[in-house]
Each structure stands twice: as structure tokens, then as C-alpha cells.
Write a protein that binds this ligand. Structure first.
Ligand SMILES: CC(C)(COP(=O)([O-])OP(=O)(O)OC[C@H]1O[C@@H](n2cnc3c(N)ncnc32)[C@H](O)[C@@H]1OP(=O)(O)O)[C@@H](O)C(=O)NCCC(=O)NCCSC(=O)C[C@@H](O)C[N+](C)(C)C
Length: 267
């Protein structure tokens, strides 16, 4: 795993904690931070002992987007996050990344920070989280998937409202429109994200990754093509033996994997 003072990692198999660590800049992403994130997530995907990553920001903020001072500067030492390495800050796309990532969001999650959260599979937010396309007022475009993923996630009406007005969306609205999956008190953020991540990490992984990939791959396809794609991917999982083993556990009444003897109750 690479080390960078602007991104902190804690490797706790099966989980990887990734914290953007530039609190003095509200965790804005400069060129070095973007490169560090890209290689951290590439390594995460390749590490057989890791199943789920959790992305956070240091000191009560998730991320204030791209580093505007680096964009404004002519100093080559301050690498411009928009142009420095030609890749998005997260490196692997969601289609190539095989494992889930959870965003644990406190405070500001705006502009490119919102795009980072949209890149993640799930978003746990605190009651004081604030979301928004704040770059609207500075003329910096969303070029890290924001205009693609926001409408797909929350629908064009809510997305266009956010994109055109750049307004601040509070945590309860974020939950209502599907931008956040869970809302928690700030002191429970880490524990809730961990619980969710461990729940996911304890399931049979090939099948879980199969269904995740399947959903992303099929997002823009027509129904028949999508169902065919789902079937082809599913066949690989069926051939792996994992499905058969799970069915046997059910038959024998000892659902050990995930320790879920009983089906989950609604929360
Ligand atoms: C986040 C914020 C609401 C926080 O407000 P606050 O009142 O809590 O804190 P603050 O006093 O405004 O900021 C604290 C410090 O944090 C710095 N800071 C805050 N956001 C920054 C940023 N984006 N870049 C560099 N420094 C940033 C401030 O300059 C300041 O530094 P100083 O103490 O040296 O003066 C406020 O700072 C703010 O609006 N920041 C700008 C957010 C913004 O518009 N970002 C857009 C970036 S463009 C973008 O992300 C588009 C994206 O597609 C790009 N990419 C593809 C690369 C991902």
C-alpha cells in the first residue's frame, strides 16, 4: 500500500479505511492526493484479504472538491488536480473495481467531493453533512462523473436542481432523495460505516461482487440486453461452487457464512 501524508490508510482486513487528510483545506484534493487515492484503490482491488473500503475525510469534513488554489496557481509544484495526471482522482472506474466502497460523510461533501461520494457504492452521512455542486459559482465543471452519476442516482429533476443552482442540500434532504443511504449522529459515523462494511464483507464475496458489477454494467442497457448480461455474469458465479455451498448451508440449517441463521429484519 502506498503512503502519502495527504491520504491516511488503515488496513484492517477485511476492511480498508481511507481518509483524505488535508483538514486545513477542508480535505480538498490536489494533484498528489488524487494520485495517491488512485493507487490506493488500485491496490485495494488487488489485495485478496480486503473486501470493502471506507472513504472518509479528516476532522469533520468529507471533501471540498478539487484544490482551487492549485488550479489557480502557476506554480508547477502545486499540481493541478484537473490536469496533472489525466485520470480521475479515484483511479479505477466502478466497472473495473470489483469491490464495494462506502463513503462515510461528515460536514462538507461538495463539488469534486460530492463526485467522490457518488463514485462510492453507498453513502453513510451524519446529520450535519452538507452536499452541493459548490463549484457552480467558480466555473469549474464536474468532470469526475458528477453529471453522469448524480442524475442516475437521484433522478434528473433533483440532479438538475443541484447542478444548475449549486445549492446546499442538507442531510435529511439527501436521505429523502436517495443521495445518502443512512443518516447517523456524528459520533456514530465510524461505527455505522464499519458495521455496514462488515455485514457486506461477511457475505459470500464472488456472488456479491457479481451482483454489484451486474447492476453497474446494466445501468444504461435496454431491458433484454441487461437481462442477458445479468444471466451471463451470473453463470460464472453459479459455476464457482459458491452458490451450491450456500444452498447446502441453507439445507443443513446452519447458515454459518455471515452468521445469518435467520433472514435480516427491516431496520
Ligand atoms: C467547503 C467550504 C464550504 C467550507 O467552508 P468553511 O467556512 O468551513 O471553511 P473555509 O474558511 O471556507 O475554508 C477553510 C480553509 O480551507 C480552504 N479550502 C476550502 N475549500 C478549498 C478548495 N476547494 N481548494 C483549496 N482550498 C480550500 C480555504 O481556502 C481555507 O483556507 P485558509 O484557512 O488558508 O484560508 C468552503 O471552503 C468552500 O466553499 N470551498 C470551495 C468548495 C468548492 O467550490 N470546490 C470546487 C472545487 S472544483 C471541483 O471540485 C470540480 C471537480 O469536478 C473537479 N475534479 C474533477 C478534480 C474532482
Amino acid at each position: 500500500m502506498p503512503h502519502s501524508h495527504t491520504v491516511k490508510i488503515e488496513r484492517q482486513p477485511p476492511l480498508l479505511w481511507v481518509t483524505i487528510n488535508r483538514p486545513q483545506a477542508r480535505n480538498a484534493v490536489d494533484g498528489k492526493t488524487a494520485s495517491a487515492l488512485a493507487s490506493i484503490f488500485t491496490d485495494f482491488d488487488a489485495d485478496p484479504d480486503l473486501s470493502v473500503a471506507i472513504l472518509m475525510g479528516a476532522e469533520q469534513n468529507f471533501c471540498a472538491g478539487a484544490d482551487l488554489k492549485a488550479i489557480a496557481s502557476d506554480n508547477p509544484e502545486l499540481r493541478n488536480p484537473l490536469t496533472s495526471d489525466g485520470i480521475g482522482p479515484m483511479g479505477p472506474s466502478r466497472l473495473t473495481l470489483s469491490k464495494p466502497v462506502i463513503a462515510a460523510i461528515d460536514g462538507y461533501c461538495v463539488a469534486g467531493g460530492l463526485e467522490l461520494a457518488l463514485w462510492c457504492d453507498l453513502r453513510v452521512a451524519t446529520e450535519r453533512a452538507v452536499f452541493g455542486v459548490f463549484c457552480r459559482r467558480f466555473g469549474v465543471p464536474l468532470i469526475d462523473g458528477g453529471t453522469v452519476r448524480l442524475p442516475r442516482l437521484i433522478g434528473m429533476s433533483h440532479a438538475m436542481d443541484m447542478i444548475l443552482t449549486g445549492r446546499a442540500v442538507n442531510a435529511s434532504e439527501a436521505l429523502n432523495i436517495g443521495l445518502a443511504n443512512r443518516l447517523v449522529a456524528p459520533e456514530n459515523l465510524r461505527a455505522t460505516a464499519e458495521e455496514l462494511a462488515l455485514q457486506i464483507a461477511n457475505f459470500p464475496q464472488q456472488c456479491l461482487r457479481n451482483d454489484r458489477q451486474s447492476a453497474y454494467q446494466q445501468w444504461g442497457m435496454n431491458e433484454d440486453a441487461a437481462i442477458n448480461n445479468e444471466f451471463q455474469l451470473g453463470l460464472k458465479t453459479l459455476a464457482s461452487g459458491e452458490t451450491n455451498a450456500g444452498a447446502k448451508r441453507f439445507e443443513q440449517g446452519n447458515g454459518r457464512q455471515g452468521r445469518q441463521e435467520k433472514p435480516p429484519k427491516p431496520q
